[in-house]
Design a protein around this ligand. Sequence first.
Ligand SMILES: Nc1nc2c(c(=O)[nH]1)N[C@H]1C(S)=C(S)[C@@H](COP(=O)(O)OP(=O)(O)OC[C@H]3O[C@@H](n4cnc5c(=O)[nH]c(N)nc54)[C@H](O)[C@@H]3O)O[C@H]1N2
Ligand SMILES: Nc1nc2c(c(=O)[nH]1)N[C@H]1C(S)=C(S)[C@@H](COP(=O)(O)OP(=O)(O)OC[C@H]3O[C@@H](n4cnc5c(=O)[nH]c(N)nc54)[C@H](O)[C@@H]3O)O[C@H]1N2
Ligand code: SF4
Ligand SMILES: [Mo]
Length: 679
Amino acid sequence: MTTTILGACPHDCPDTCSLLTTVQNGVAIKVQGNPEHPLTDGVLCTKVSRYTERTYHPDRVLHPMKRVGPKGSGQFKRVSWDQALSDIATRLTTMADKTPERILPYSYAGTMGLVQGESIAMRFFNLLGAAQLDRTICASAGAEALTHTLGGKLGMKVQHFAQSKLILIWGSNAITSSIHFWRIAQQAKRQGAKLVCIDPRRSETADKCDVHLAIKPGTDAALAYALMHELISHDWLDHDYIAQHTVGFEALRERALQWPPERAAEVCGLQVEDIRQLAHDYAHTRPAAIRLNYGVQRSRGGGNAVRAVLCLPALTGAWRHPAGGVLLSASSHALHHRDALQRPDLLTNPRSPLINMSTIGDALNTPGLIEAMVVYNSNPVAVAPESAKVVKGFAREDLFTVVLEHFMTDTADHADYVLPATTQLEHWDIHTSYGHTDVVLNRPAIAPLGEAKTNTQIFRELALRMGLSNPLLQEDDESLCQLALQHPRNLQSASPVTWEGLLKDGFAHWPVADAPFAQGGFPTASGKCELVSSSLLALGEDGLPDFIPNYEPANAQAPYPLAMISPPARHFLNSSFVNLKSLRDMEGEPLLEIHPEDAAARHLQDGEMVRVFNQRGSYECKAQISTRAQPGMVVGLGIWWRKLGANGTNVNELTSQQLTDMGRAPVFYDCAVQVAAKR
Ligand SMILES: Nc1nc2c(c(=O)[nH]1)N[C@H]1C(S)=C(S)[C@@H](COP(=O)(O)OP(=O)(O)OC[C@H]3O[C@@H](n4cnc5c(=O)[nH]c(N)nc54)[C@H](O)[C@@H]3O)O[C@H]1N2
Ligand SMILES: Nc1nc2c(c(=O)[nH]1)N[C@H]1C(S)=C(S)[C@@H](COP(=O)(O)OP(=O)(O)OC[C@H]3O[C@@H](n4cnc5c(=O)[nH]c(N)nc54)[C@H](O)[C@@H]3O)O[C@H]1N2
Ligand code: SF4
Ligand SMILES: [Mo]
């Protein structure tokens, strides 16, 4: 018998596709894009088209596993669920009796599902009184910048970019990281739009745009200010919009006038004429849109850079048109009931510390802070910065570690127990998106493989074994999916998203205005776009955006002279899919792109093994001599599994635990290195 089941892509990707899975006699044989969902439009990226390969992969962890060798060795033996759960329950109960705050959940967006992410898990750890995780590893600098300026993670609706006449793709390799946005941008281009890519790397996206501005890493605020300088000094302003819907223009004006294009050109490594031209185009093209993305906020001044860019559409009134404005994240448009799912009110332990996931290396090496970790939906040993410290922490003999996983990742290798988790084809979930404003339902297409259980079921069973009798820990997944829709604003809207509608169609649109800020209405304290942010002033900080130079800028005189960035590889999703041979073959092997000038200075041959190093560590891979990198900058596309690396490391061996100006986020793209041949 053949059926098709509607699902949702679980991955950390702004596109949040609606999936159609074909199931034959209980086996999923094909995963395709849902042609009825306008934004998916029947198309998936190469990675998720291979989702059955991932689900039925021979390396899937299908039984509970207990470690029998040293931590990190990957030596495990199969045990029963009964044995695993009772041992874990005993260990965690003993700790929870005295110091529950030394138990740390570590999770991120392996699945973006609201149910298999933080529903039962969050309730469980809150009731236990565990440490809280500050989930900063990806987007928090930009998120705080958005909130301080616009009042939330809000912006243009992605579909309206199709009508834009100028699109700035700023800090994003859209062909890699949001292929559906790229399709929309292509549509705009066919209708005459000009596409400008602002990226230190000549990415695949840069190749296909009309203009590429190869900015130096971490200098975006300077460019944004130079654009404002031009808008202001030529009076290319929407005075009415500024007067009615912004606060702080006079102060911003004064600072912007300190940034003539000549000054920014020097800082950003750009041509004065190119900056002038961009300012002219931005001022004279209607509608003008900015697809801002996370590449701009992974360096020291990332939050300020995002704030500076967010000022632009307020000065020109670009928000007046649905196809004008900015989109960085649309998360706050979603109306799911997060608190009902996660129940923050259940956390009553006053000693629970907030532990930043981005500095987990330091946290694990702080005596007495963390005694146990439960990791799900994340692979910190591969993805967190300064891995040497992360690995040292995970290798601690006195640390008790449980990892819920699909595969034996670098992190799972360090676990005391690995518990087999279901994949998206095997469980219920509900998804909102940070790149669009739809909600997508995921129905299970097949029964769990082997002895895999859902994350929620694992926490339900663990709770019972630990004597946590609160019925909130036993709520089932379908009920949780329905609960997610019970947000008062969803229920009160004229066309609320309903469970019945989702069951029938697989997706629904949240009620979001087409041009959300056309008449202002920003959900900030002032109700305006805060060029000078009252919330930042209240924190005692500079209320205006500023250019904050990188911690580790390229500097030919320094011992580590090259600036390294490590953006995502097209055929992986963070560290997911690296173990799928077909996709790994497309990426080849770990490479470091280096400009011909920098390669020549080091007598490097294309394809030879190099050592990339700094004060934090050393990473070995092959050099790829390429003008995708600019002089003074190298690129290591991520995020390979450490154990597949030539010397058992990946790029994060080199990245630092320094944090961004806002959001306590990592500075993955603010990292100085040296490169030498390994002969
Ligand atoms: N195929 C694939 N898709 C993904 C992911 C993946 O790993 N693989 N990851 C997903 C996740 S978790 C996220 S957060 C999103 C990220 O989505 P995006 O933020 O769109 O990420 P990228 O596409 O890598 O784009 C970042 C770009 O920023 C550039 N960049 C680096 N430093 C700077 C800088 O200082 N200034 C400017 N202007 N640009 C800079 C990089 O060269 C890179 O081309 O993508 C998601 N989609
Ligand atoms: N150098 C460098 N480092 C980076 C970045 C970079 O650009 N450069 N990007 C950063 C960013 S933006 C992010 S978001 C982080 C991402 O870091 P993570 O969120 O850790 O993402 P992944 O590496 O994809 O690991 C997710 C893991 O969750 C597992 N998983 C998936 N679904 C489920 C499930 O349903 N249940 C369970 N139990 N497990 C599941 C997958 O098998 C996978 O191993 O990495 C960051 N690290
Ligand atoms: S990873 Fe992104 S583009 Fe690929 S299927 Fe998932 S949501 Fe769609
Ligand atoms: Mo991310």
